[in-house]
Design a protein around this ligand. Sequence first.
Ligand SMILES: Nc1nc(=O)c2nc(CNc3ccc(C(=O)N[C@@H](CCC(=O)O)C(=O)O)cc3)cnc2[nH]1
Length: 232
Amino acid sequence: LDKLNMCMDGKHQKTEPGPEGELYKQEKKKNCFPLHSVLLDNACCTTNTSAEAHEENSYLYNFNWNHCGAMSKECKKHFIQDTCFYECSPHLGPWIQPVDQSWRKERILNVPLCNEDCHTWWEDCKNDITCKTDWHKGWDWSSGINKCPAGSKCRKWTDVYPTPKSMCEQIWSNSYLYTTYSKTSGLCMQVWFNGTNPNKKVAEYYLNNKAQQHQNFALTVLFFLAFASLSL
Ligand SMILES: Nc1nc(=O)c2nc(CNc3ccc(C(=O)N[C@@H](CCC(=O)O)C(=O)O)cc3)cnc2[nH]1
């Protein structure tokens, strides 16, 4: 299992990342990636998923962005980009976790999101309206698309999410972890980028760092046992 190049077992992701050459040829407007992006070479989404990410109430999740009236264009573009990131990124391995849900077997948890990506998302949505904090659960699906559940109220974005951190972490039940790292740090994942995918190096860093932590822990236990047996 190559954690630096894999796809989660979600609803629409491919089993393995690979090229989506069609995207090169079609030069579609509704495309997850700017032209010449390296992601085209290696994506977890199909061409169809990439295009569908731009549709209203898309078949991906039948998700209705306009559940409290029309979502603004500026805000919506961040949700489209988030969908692209979630469906297409082949470098989420370090944060993929098994999950017991009807619609997916794996999820992402605590992906360290670059500060700018979180802040611009929140800034562009802060005049919008929503009725829920966690958009993964608790909707009224009786009409086929999600509507605000009985008893909930459409409230100002800033009342539901007082800070960028609260939005980025809570909206997809901790898919993202808020960080103060900037896009140039190499320590956070970028939802928005042009050209070469910067996220592979970040995933590599976290994977190695985690391995390091495990090693440190193992060494600590080893030394503890050594000293404990000496003092007996
Ligand atoms: N970054 C990111 N992380 C994600 O996990 C993510 N997930 C989605 C998928 N969104 C959704 C939202 C609601 C339901 C849904 O059917 N909710 C039901 C509960 C279903 C269940 O858990 O069994 C509900 O009660 O509303 C499915 C997928 C889209 N973008 C994402 N973007």
